[in-house]
Design a protein around this ligand. Sequence first.
Ligand code: HSE
Length: 296
Amino acid sequence: SKVTVKAPSSTANLGPGFDVFGLAVDAFYDEVTLTKTKSRITIVTDDNIPTKPDNNTAGLVVKNMKKKFKIKSGVEIKIKKGVPAGFGMGSSAASAAATAVAFDKLFGLKLDGNSLVEFAGSGEKASAGSVHYDNVAASVLGGFVIVKTNPLQVTRVDPPTNLRMCVAVPKLEVPKKKTKVSRGVIPKKVKLTDSILNLSNASAIVAGFMKKDPELIGNSIKDVIVEPARKHMIPGFDKVKENALKAGALGVTISGAGPSVIAFSKSSADLKKISSAMSRGFASAKTECQTVICKP
Ligand code: HSE
């Protein structure tokens, strides 16, 4: 028997919610098909990704789930990548999420959302070096997610239907261990006043999702800790942000660990203007970019 599951791309952090907030983004999808086999874990793909189970997010998820549930059967993992890898759109997370959900179905485990997120997150170790659940939680559960850890407790909230977004994916050479590199530039210590600013904005984002208020969400994605430390890795970032805000975006920030940039809006009419404004911003830094108007 076999099971196929598709999982969406996602944007993590939403500014001040570093490692805590995630949002599923209807722009790109990964598709994973799991098939029971005699023995061993094998990976089949046409994409340029590691095929050794220990170095592949999906491979690690299967390995961990097989071990936990004492499953003897082998599993073939077929992966079709749709989420661009290394651009801050939760690519490794989408494969891990689809795999955890597919494994649960294939072996009839009936796990709850929290456990699926936990197993999917265990696969992220293959790419990021450390476990963080923001992207996998969004990819598994959809919508807006808040990740509380120790113990893991994920909360999902439906985004307001009139929240609009646009993502700009620059065509850059991304470093091999991009997530690791971009986690390395974040300050180890922060000023209390900065932490207060971020906490107030993060709280307002949660309130915005609860109250279905796109304006409150968009106005609150201001981040004074991580974005300033990372933006130098994104050529043209300041211009992209300035342009998008001028074109009517409610708020603009780095998508996950970058280099993609997201902008929120509450009007579909503004989205075209915002997306071309972001393209122009990247062009000013001699960087080509693809913009996608998408649904959170
Ligand atoms: N929260 C993580 C980070 C997401 O910003 O490093 C990376 O995928």
